[in-house]
Design a protein around this ligand. Structure first.
Ligand code: NAP
Ligand code: MG
Length: 489
């Protein structure tokens, strides 16, 4: 029988599959969302947000100064003392359910805006960020009228005004993690989104207005680090929830010491992904790819350190390199794109700096030969072998599509190496042996340990770290406790 003609790779290239942006309307300029209205900033300052995939400016966004933050906190205090503070949980739940449903209905619009402002692939914004954000609102809506059953013997009382500061890697999802439990518990909110990704938070503000949420219950103050500092340090704020870098988190903890404000910190990570020789290899390769290349590696719980058992190391690495070559890097609005744009020029520089350090320290770099768009911020999926525990690429959070590979021989050695980090946020284990999963999970010092999967999220499941990854939990009942008075606070 005649052999079929050899298939050339380009025959299997995907054609472009552009997501239209026609459902998104973006203003030239945005004010601050305070007390139920968009207002020009008293600071009179604006900053630009750009599309990192093209470097084109998208809109000018207000930069809130101290006076603006003060107005937002006053609005939140007034709302807390007013109708919202007196409202029963069942009524609050109605608003949260309504917000959740509206987010679902307008999910594609939010996803496209998220991709334009932040650079993440549309298929991830569409299939992960937005569905999970809506799920958080549904989940906490369900708790709002059942708070007295959430914690035995505890009379549920909100803390007051929550000041929340979030990063740029999952703008809507981090907003949902923070806003949904705060409102379900009866608090009011002043939230500051990241400087490079403010637009979905502003769209969300207008959605809550349409949902009829009383003025002042949610206030959005855009700006940069200084605005964030003004929010967390404002004396009218009772609780601070921060997600971001460990360095800024430490500064916030110092600034709040002795103030009596409640604090939760969700900080950086350097997750260990451990592959045993009995693991289902092809699934594990996919798990590793998802663990480090999802969202360009801008993921606090990314599996950025890979530990492969020595006897399968070379075989596993062959498969991994091969898979890297099939990742599609480029236009985030193309539905086939796996790796979109790096969020900012600054972040790209940070990644490049740490990759250079890896080379200087003697690790061996592998990158597939893929073309990158001429404009915009992009970085090839990258794999380092020959990495030593002491290398900066094994110790520091890169927050980009860069994987540092090491090996181990015994489970005890895997644990020792995986725990050799100042962080403690996440880890992954791949093995077919159930008892080994439990043995490892018991010893890995990380807030989350995934087994034979990675990056799985559910609103009912608490998430958070310890050591330099922070403290406090978001998600589940634990996430609710952070917004209520109780023996834990
Ligand atoms: P970042 O610089 O700490 O910024 C986080 C947020 O804090 C931004 O809104 C930022 O504003 C603001 N900010 C900056 N300086 C501040 C200050 N002195 N006081 C108060 N707020 C301030 O972090 P990033 O580099 O944007 O975000 C990436 C980091 O977040 C990574 O380390 C990652 O691991 C971590 N992260 C953790 C989790 C988690 O759940 N553990 C989740 C996601 C991300 P500007 O953006 O305007 O500078
Ligand atoms: Mg932007």
């Amino acid at each position: 029988m005649a052999q079929p003609p050899a298939v050339r790779d380009k025959d299997w290239d995907y054609l472009p599959s552009a997501q239209t942006a026609e459902m998104v309307s973006i203003d030239d300029r945005y004010g601050l969302y305070i007390d139920g209205k968009f207002r020009a900033p008293r600071s009179r300052r604006y900053q630009e947000t750009i599309n990192p995939a093209t470097e084109e400016p998208i809109a000018r966004v207000a930069e809130a100064g101290a006076r603006d933050v003060d107005l937002a906190v006053s609005a939140a205090r007034t709302a807390f003392a007013g109708e919202w503070g007196r409202m029963g949980g069942g009524e609050r739940a109605k608003y949260l359910f309504r917000i959740a449903r509206m987010l679902q209905e307008r999910s594609r619009e939010f996803a496209v805006l998220e991709t334009i402002d932040g650079g993440k692939p549309i298929k991830e914004a569409r299939d992960i960020d937005l569905p999970l954000a809506a799920a958080h609102f549904f989940y906490y809506a369900g708790w709002a009228d059942k708070l007295e059953y959430a914690f035995a013997g505890v009379k549920p009382e909100p803390l007051g005004v929550a000041g929340q500061v979030i990063p740029w890697n999952f703008p809507m999802l981090m907003l949902a993690w923070k806003v949904a439990p705060a409102l379900a518990a009866g608090n009011t909110v002043v939230l500051k989104p990241a400087e490079t990704t403010p637009l979905t938070a502003l769209l969300f503000a207008s959605l809550t207005a349409e949902a009829g949420l009383p003025p002042g219950v949610l206030n959005i103050v855009t700006g940069a680090g200084r605005t964030g500092a003004a929010v967390v340090e404002h004396p009218g704020v009772d609780k601070v929830a921060f997600t971001g870098s460990t360095a800024v988190g430490k500064g916030i903890q110092r600034a709040l010491a002795g103030t009596g404000k409640k604090l939760t910190l969700e900080l950086g990570g350097k997750g260990a992904h451990v592959i045993f020789d009995d693991a289902p290899i092809d699934q594990a390769v996919e798990g590793v790819i998802n663990g480090i290349f999802f969202n360009q590696g801008h993921v606090c719980c990314a599996g950025s350190r890979l530990f492969v058992q020595e006897n399968i190391h070379d075989h596993f690495l062959d498969k991994l390199r091969n898979r890297l070559g099939t990742l599609r890097v480029g236009d985030p609005l193309d539905k086939n794109t796996d790796i979109g744009a790096i969020n900012s020029a600054e972040q790209l520089q940070r990644i490049e700096g740490l990759v250079s350090a890896g080379l200087e320290e003697g690790a061996e770099l592998y990158q597939p030969d893929c073309a990158l768009p001429a404009r915009g911020f992009y970085f090839r999926p990258t794999l380092f072998t020959g990495v030593a525990q002491s290398h900066r690429i094994a110790q520091e959070e890169i927050f980009g599509p860069v994987l540092s590979v090491m090996s181990f021989r015994t489970p005890a050695e895997a644990v020792e190496k995986a725990n050799n980090t100042p962080y403690g946020l996440s880890a992954g284990v791949w093995t077919t042996k159930g008892s080994r999963i439990l043995w490892m999970a018991d010893r890995l010092r990380a807030g989350v340990v995934w087994a034979n999967t990675y990056n799985k999220f559910d609103p009912a499941s608490p998430f958070g770290g310890y050591r330099e990854s922070g403290f406090g939990r978001e998600g589940g009942r634990h996430g609710l406790a952070a917004y209520l008075k109780g023996p834990w606070s």
